[in-house]
Write a protein that binds this ligand. Structure first.
Ligand SMILES: [Zn+2]
Length: 295
């Protein structure tokens, strides 16, 4: 099967810090790598409510470990089966990264947190968990999504990648994990129509992939982007896949917004989907339960 690589990167600035987002897409079978940079401060002991905990965990970005590398290195790759990770394989890394490669405790803790907050039925296609680094302050995570069609049926496999340089404690990694899961939710084979030639796609097409008409991505596009001039859409705006993943993260982590600001509308978008409202509740409940904070 022929494969095609398409890549692009973009910079986003949030109120709380720098967000660096990157996408690499492979179609044919299709693969999507998506990333998010996020750090947060630890939960103060004074927090006594679930809502307070969620607010604290959400979007507190900061640089931490002073890791310098010339490129991205895969430190360790784990196989995923349900809630379990096993069969760890080490990557080749320079000596200054060995201590991070050997920090299995943090790597396992991050996985346990992800598996605790994302319901198992939502991550059935996840087969690998990879720890990488591209240095401090760069990309904090990827969702590597491979879609292919075989014998009339669409298949998918996914890998979660986490940059150990973006990890300080579990709070620091929360938004990255929710964001990467947002890609898994919006770019899976129920959302992306792998069988339709992108040149014949009637709906939102991104990086050579055609979305389904009723996909979250296409609906998001129709609501927020369709009226923009084509030139602006091509050059001057953030990648829609990153935008929907960021809005998803805000939808999960923040109280239901009021008002008519664009950022509020992008969060309210998700309230149109009862299954996502349920999923939001489940994830929020799981985060609070993980930190032993009653809902
Ligand atoms: Zn992303």
């Amino acid at each position: 099967m022929s494969r095609q690589d398409v890549g692009n990167c973009c910079l986003w600035f949030t109120m709380l810090g720098l967000l660096i987002l990157c996408i690499i897409v492979v179609v044919g079978g299709g693969s999507v790598l998506l990333a998010n940079e996020a750090n947060a401060t630890p939960v103060p002991t004074a927090i006594t409510t679930c809502e307070g905990l969620l607010k604290n965990v959400h979007s507190a970005y900061s640089a931490n470990k002073n890791i310098k590398t010339d490129k991205k290195y895969i430190l360790n790759v784990y196989q995923v089966e349900g809630d379990q990770i096993s069969g760890m394989e080490k990557g080749m890394v320079p000596t200054n990264l060995l201590k991070f490669q050997d920090d299995l405790e943090s790597q396992i803790l991050i996985w346990d947190y992800f598996a605790s907050i994302i319901p198992p039925e939502q991550r059935r296609s996840l087969t690998e968990y990879r720890i990488f680094t591209d240095g401090s302050g760069n990309i904090a995570g990827y969702a590597d999504i491979k879609l292919s069609s075989k014998n009339e049926s669409a298949t998918e496999t996914m890998a979660l990648e986490v940059d150990l340089a973006g990890y300080q404690d579990l709070n620091s990694i929360n938004d990255t994990l929710v964001h990467e899961f947002g890609h898994m939710l919006t770019l899976n084979n129920r959302q992306i129509d792998i069988k339709t030639d992108p040149t014949r796609c009637l709906f939102y097409t991104t990086a050579g992939q055609c979305s389904f008409g009723d996909s979250y991505l296409n609906r998001f596009f129709e609501q927020f982007r369709k009226r923009e001039p084509d030139e602006e859409r091509e050059t001057g705006t953030p990648d829609l896949r990153e935008e929907i993943a960021d809005s998803w993260t805000n939808f999960v982590m923040e109280p239901r917004p009021t008002g008519n600001r664009l950022s509020a509308q992008k969060i309210l978008f998700f309230y149109n989907f009862p299954e996502l409202v349920s999923l939001r509740s489940a994830i929020r409940g799981r985060i609070c339960k993980y930190f032993n904070m009653p809902e």
